[in-house]
Design a protein around this ligand. Structure first.
Ligand code: NAP
Length: 344
C-alpha cells in the first residue's frame, strides 16, 4: 500500500515543528516564476525555493543567480528526481502541464501547476485521476482566489449582499508583448480564452458554486488557423444566473468583474492581478448605504504567497489544498465547451 503523504514527508525527515518548510523545485525559467511566483514563495512563512531546472543549464544558472536559488539543473528530469525537493511548481506552457506534472507525481512529488490545468478537459481529468490514484496532492495555481478581496466578495455574495445574483460580468484582456509568446501558439494550447478567459470562468463558477449547463461564445482568431485573440461569451447556470465574459490577448489591459443581484451590485476593478503592495477596493452599490454606495478597502496581500503557503500547509498538515484539483478539471470542461462554441 502507498504511504500517505505525511508518511512521505516523515520519510524525508521533515519535522513536525513550528518552522517546518517545504522545499520547492521550479520546473523551467518561465517569466511568471521569475517575476512573481518564486519571489512570493521565498517570502512565504513555510517554504523555500531550493532548485530550478531549464532545458538549458546556462539559463537555469542565470535564473538561480538572479533569484538566489542554490541549485540549477539542465533538465527537468534531474529536478523531479532530486530527493531534496518536496514539491514542484510547474509553469511550463499549457500543453506540457500534464506530461510534467504526472512525471513529477510518479517521482513522488506534489505539484502546484499553473493555470489552466491542461490543454483540454480530457487531459485535466487524466491528471486529477492519476494524482488521486498515486495519492499525491495537485493544485492549480489560480492565485487571485487566495486574495482577501476575492474571499470577501464571495462571502458578501453568499451572505446576500446583492440579493439574488442575476448577472456576473467578467473581463480579462491585455496585449501580448512578444510575437513568439506561448499564448499565440495553438500547438501550445494558447489563446485568449485559455490564457485569461479562464479567470472569468473561474470567478463565475466560484460566485455561483455551479457548473454552467449551456454556454455560447464568439471569437476572432489570429491568421492561418491561429489562436483566438479576442473572445466573448455567456455561461448559463442552472440557478438562472447568466455570466458574460470577454477575454483578449491583443487589447488594452483590463481585468474586472461585476456581480449584479436583485438588491445590489459589486464591482471589482482590480480583479485578478492584484497589486501586492497596495490596498485594493471593492465598490458596492446597495440601498442601505448612505447615498446608495460604499467602498470597502481590502488590505494589501500577495496572492501568490498566500497560494504557496496554502499548498505548503496542505502538505505539512496532510490536508487537501484549499481548492481541489477536480475544480480545475471541471473548469476545463467549460473552457472546452466555450472554445467549441466559438469555433461553431
Ligand atoms: N498565475 C498567473 O498569474 C500566471 C501568469 C502568467 C502565466 N501563467 C501561466 O504560467 C505558464 C507559463 O507562462 P509564462 O508566461 O511564464 O511562459 P514563458 O515565460 O514562456 O515560460 C515557459 C517556460 O517553459 C519552458 N519551455 C519548455 N518547452 C518550451 C517550449 N517548447 N516553448 C517555450 N517554452 C518552453 C521554458 O523554460 P526553459 O527554457 O527554462 O526550459 C519557458 O521559460 C502558462 O501556463 C501560463 O498560463 C500564470
Amino acid at each position: 500500500m502507498r504511504p500517505t503523504f505525511s508518511r512521505i514527508l516523515n520519510d524525508k525527515g521533515l519535522q513536525v515543528s513550528a518552522n517546518r518548510q517545504i522545499r520547492w523545485g521550479i520546473l523551467s525559467t518561465a517569466n511568471i516564476g521569475r517575476k512573481r511566483v518564486v519571489p512570493a514563495m521565498q517570502a512565504a512563512r513555510n517554504g523555500r525555493v531550493v532548485a530550478v531546472a531549464s532545458r538549458d543549464v546556462a539559463r537555469a544558472k542565470s535564473f538561480a543567480d538572479e533569484l538566489s536559488i542554490p541549485t540549477a539543473y539542465g533538465s527537468y528530469e534531474e529536478l523531479i528526481a532530486d530527493p531534496n525537493i518536496d514539491a514542484i511548481y510547474n509553469p511550463l506552457p499549457n500543453h506540457m502541464h500534464t506530461e510534467w506534472s504526472i512525471k513529477s507525481a510518479e517521482a513522488g512529488k506534489p505539484v502546484l501547476c499553473e493555470k489552466p490545468l491542461a490543454s483540454d478537459a480530457a487531459e485535466a481529468q487524466h491528471m486529477v485521476d492519476t494524482f488521486a490514484r498515486l495519492g499525491i496532492p495537485l493544485a492549480e495555481a489560480f492565485m487571485y482566489r487566495f486574495h482577501p478581496q476575492t474571499q470577501r466578495v464571495k462571502k458578501m455574495v453568499d451572505e446576500g449582499a446583492v440579493g439574488d445574483v442575476r448577472l456576473i460580468s467578467a473581463s480579462f484582456e491585455f496585449n501580448v508583448r512578444d510575437e513568439d509568446d506561448i499564448r499565440l501558439k495553438a500547438e501550445m494550447a494558447g489563446g485568449s480564452m485559455m490564457d485569461v478567459g479562464c479567470y472569468c470562468v473561474s470567478i463565475a463558477r466560484m460566485i455561483t458554486g455551479e457548473e454552467p449547463h449551456r454556454v455560447t461564445a464568439t471569437a476572432n482568431y489570429e491568421p492561418n488557423g491561429g489562436v483566438d485573440n479576442i473572445a466573448g461569451g455567456t455561461l448559463h447556470f442552472p440557478s438562472g444566473v447568466i455570466a458574460v465574459f470577454d477575454s483578449g490577448v491583443r487589447s488594452y489591459f483590463t481585468h474586472r468583474y461585476e456581480v449584479r443581484g436583485t438588491s445590489g451590485r459589486i464591482v471589482v476593478d482590480e480583479a485578478f492581478v492584484i497589486n501586492p503592495t497596495l490596498p485594493s477596493k471593492i465598490r458596492y452599490w446597495h440601498d442601505d448605504a448612505p447615498g446608495g454606495y460604499e467602498e470597502i478597502e481590502i488590505p494589501a496581500a500577495n496572492s501568490y504567497t498566500l497560494m504557496a503557503e496554502d499548498f505548503a500547509d496542505a502538505l505539512l498538515n496532510n490536508r487537501p489544498p484549499l481548492f481541489p484539483a477536480q475544480d480545475a478539471a471541471d473548469a476545463m470542461v467549460v473552457l472546452d465547451n466555450l472554445r467549441a462554441a466559438a469555433r461553431r
